[in-house]
Unconditional design. Structure first.
Ligand code: OGA
Ligand code: NI
Length: 278
């Protein structure tokens, strides 16, 4: 299983709509209001990332995103924007609901691997949110405009809520397929950490987003990630004579540091932690 759209997840429709409205309002604010959050420090509790041109590859990446820690809500809320005025309340309510879905999914995944129900939840630190905003097509002299380029998420799982504008694509049998939004459904992506932890029984998902020329698009990604010291190499129960460990034992801190230090395609990120063949 690479990816699924989940309906009947229990996040109230009103909270979803409020979240999407707030996201749109934030990105419609004047530049100076949004740019206050611009930061290049990957460790800051909140940061705005803007679109950019990658001239070496002749592409323009149009996604703007506001990324911030969100769990527990009360710990981080004061760092979030106070404009639009609904931001903290709507994002707080949405995040708390997503957290419940996340726990249920992680329990089901742990059980599907034959691990204790709370195996994954125990190593969890929390989730952070990326509010993604894709403007309608912009003029660019570069050849290709992407929403966001091909990548895997550096997470255990990602829970993605899209508005009603298509754009997300995932790889299936070497072909890109569109994941067209279903009303009120969330998309669940397997991330790199789950690939390692499950000893490659779950495989992280290559995905990208393309832009729509007529309409802007908003999506809310909730990334679920482990605490810094958590051991995220293969669970011991999943390693045996018939199932050699594909990855070494490593901590999330090591993974996270190498992710920023080593420039490689995200598909190769985990290769740095492969176990050596005996
Ligand atoms: C992400 C992501 C895709 C989308 O935020 O990691 O892949 O459709 N987003 O916005
Ligand atoms: Ni992603």
């Amino acid at each position: 299983m690479l990816q699924h759209q989940v309906k009947n997840h229990g996040i109230p429709e009103m909270k979803i709509n409020n979240m999407l409205d707030t996201a749109r309002e934030f990105f419609h604010l004047p530049d100076e209001e949004r740019l206050k959050f611009r930061s290049t420090d990957p460790n800051s509790v909140i940061r705005l990332v803007t679109g950019f041109q990658d001239k070496t590859r002749n592409i323009f990446v149009s996604r703007q995103s506001l990324k911030f820690h969100s769990h527990p809500v009360e710990e981080y809320k004061s760092h979030w924007p106070s404009n639009p005025p609904s931001f903290r309340e709507n994002v707080g309510e949405y995040s708390a609901s997503v957290r419940e879905v996340e726990v249920a999914i992680l329990e089901a995944i742990s059980e599907s691997l034959g691990l204790e129900r709370d195996y994954i939840d125990k190593i969890l630190k929390g989730h952070y949110v990326s509010i993604n905003y894709y403007p309608a097509c912009q003029e660019s002299e570069l050849d290709v405009t992407y929403g966001v380029r091909t990548h895997t998420d550096p997470t255990i799982i990602t829970i993605l809520m899209q508005d009603d504008v298509p754009g997300l694509q995932v790889i299936n049998d070497d072909k890109w397929i569109n994941v067209n939004p279903l009303p009120n459904a969330v998309v669940v992506h397997v991330g790199d950490i789950l690939q390692a932890l499950s000893n490659y029984r779950y495989k992280s998902l290559l995905h990208q987003a393309i832009v729509n020329c007529e309409k802007e698009r908003v999506s809310i990604a909730s990334y679920c990630y482990p605490s810094d010291d958590a051991m995220i190499g293969p669970a011991k129960k999943l390693v045996g004579k018939d199932h050699p460990a594909i990855y070494k034992d490593f901590t999330y801190r090591e993974f996270h540091e190498s992710m920023w230090r080593v420039k490689c395609s995200t598909a190769k990120r985990l290769d740095l932690f492969r176990a050596r063949a005996d």
